[in-house]
Write a protein of this length. Structure first.
Length: 97
C-alpha cells in the first residue's frame, strides 16, 4: 500500500495517487584545496502524495509564480494606488481651497 510522502497518510486503492515534485533534501560541500569553494544544492524528486498535500503543493506553486499572475497583481496594486491618490487629490482640491 502506498503512503503520502509528506504527511504519511496511507493512500487506498479508491483514492487517486498523485505524483508531485517534492523537496527531498539538501547537500553542502566545501573544497579546501582551492580558496575554500563551497556549494549548496537543494534536491527535489517525484514522489507520491495524497490529494490534500497535492492541492497544497499546487496552490503554493501557482499563485504568484507565473509572469501573468505577477503582472495581474502588479496592475491591481498600481490601479488601487492610482485610485487612492486621485481621491486624495480631489479631496484636497474641493474641500481645502
Amino acid at each position: 500500500m502506498a503512503s503520502c510522502y509528506r504527511c504519511g497518510k496511507p493512500i487506498t486503492g479508491s483514492e487517486l495517487r498523485q505524483r508531485r515534485q517534492v523537496y527531498v533534501g539538501e547537500s553542502f560541500w566545501t573544497l579546501y584545496a582551492r580558496r575554500r569553494q563551497r556549494s549548496h544544492r537543494t534536491h527535489y524528486g517525484m514522489r507520491i502524495v495524497c490529494a490534500a498535500c497535492a492541492a497544497k503543493l499546487d496552490w503554493g506553486r501557482g499563485v504568484y509564480r507565473s509572469p501573468e499572475a505577477r503582472l495581474k497583481w502588479l496592475l491591481t496594486v498600481l490601479g488601487l494606488l492610482l485610485l487612492v491618490l486621485t481621491g486624495l487629490w480631489l479631496v484636497q482640491r474641493l474641500w481645502l481651497r
